[in-house]
Ligand binder design. Sequence first.
Ligand code: NAP
Ligand code: MG
Length: 505
Amino acid sequence: MTTTRIPDRAEWLAAIPSLALRTRLFIDGTFVDARAGRRFTTENPATGQPIAEVAEAGPEDVDLAVAAARRAADDGRWSRLNPGDRKRLLIAWADLIAAHNRELALIETLDSGKPISDTATVDILETANCIRWHAEATDKLYGQVAPAPEGIVATITREPVGVVGAVIPWNYPALMAAWKMGPALATGNTMVIKPASYTALSLLRIAELASEAGIPDGVVNVVPGPGGSVGEAIGRHPDVDCLAFTGSTEVGRRFLRYSADTNLKRVLLELGGKSPQIVFPDVSDMASVAANAAIAIFTNMGENCSAGSRLIVHRSKREALLEALEAELERWPVGDPLEPASRVGPLISRGQMETVLDYVESGMGQGARVVTGGEQILRETGGYFVGPTILDGVRNDMRVAREEIFGPVLSVLEFDTERQAVALANDTPYGLAASLYTDDLHVAHRVARDLRAGVVGVNAYAEGDNTTPFGGYKLSGFGGHDKSVHAHDQYTETKTTWITLRPRD
Ligand code: NAP
Ligand code: MG
């Protein structure tokens, strides 16, 4: 977080013409056109207007990018650097990203519709923090010596996997890339990264800053293009050693197939969620619960894998909580994401907006009641705005309670007993995040333990920070975790070296 003043809307608008957007593929340290010369348009979801034409990679460009990453992995220009030097270069890169906070935040907001109040205070600075955090661990992680028999020295060391292919979603374009790049690069790997097609611009600029920081050519390569061709080409490439994916569960399954059908590359999946928030009857500060519940579901327009989309409230507190939530929503203005007062911007695309509105309709069809929101608003902007939406009277078998909406839609469910609350919370195919609100220490510990989710927030919505692992149970994840030193394990192979000592003469 920063305490620096956020420029006002007029200042952001005035800065747009001088943005130098990077729109070509970044391969082996330079920007190049796609071999086939194709380009695609990226638009601003707040206006529906085009921003730029971005080079569209094809499988032949993926081959070039992987070849560059392979050379950089094999000749040791990165993996064999002294850890302290790798650390220094990564920190220089993190510093440059932070120094370009305003430029990158503006790019991120224009391309994704995320509120500038988020991108300028969280997304880009946390991208820098994440890279810095992992960089700092580079020369602080030790190997092990095994308790081997007399006459043997056995060491257990970690080595980079090699070339990591990363495929990234559009909801936190820079930050999700950083969650992969931080640990993968700190542990000495090289990378080929495909950003989401809606949001390629920030990562292209961030990759350029890697070169400016002195990170060797070929270590970071960025290939925008369609998931179905570029994503699959990375997934199936025989020279890619590890796949790191964040996105939908359906596409995540494909990565396991890509790996199974080719070279059994390691697969790490961070997937969707349908996260519960349980409100117990003893809570005393309902305004604080409402503030956290709103953050959980309305931050980033609900386009958040760990969004707390199911509010499971004790029957006796339902009305009080709904009242507190409605009051809280006055603090969630919807509008132009370049206006610093806006806390809710547009959804990423017309398609995503239609999906969200269809879910609201399906909820109503199954008997839920719209308390607020549920419609497209600000149509005159050309953007894809849906305000914070609350559905009351939801049952856990309704589609709105079972499927990930990925929009600003909160479903409210009721319970009578703790056992029932836990059963409802766990009755989902997902298991990414959960929160619970109670003043009772016993309830907090019991329920936190019973919830089948990778991260549980008690008395506040929480995803942890760089020091804690982030990953899901059940359909929410596979193979590893983002963040923390746990993320380093997944980007390294474990090597045993068994040294037989010659007996003394
Ligand atoms: P998505 O459709 O799964 O797309 C994610 C990435 O995969 C994009 O770069 C996409 O490329 C690419 N892709 C699409 N089809 C592919 C294929 N057949 N082979 C290889 N790559 C392919 O998901 P999304 O629409 O970006 O994001 C929404 C979903 O992601 C939600 O379900 C959400 O829960 C999940 N998510 C999870 C986390 C987490 O940390 N667990 C974080 C954020 C989002 P294109 O952009 O070209 O389509
Ligand atoms: Mg865009």
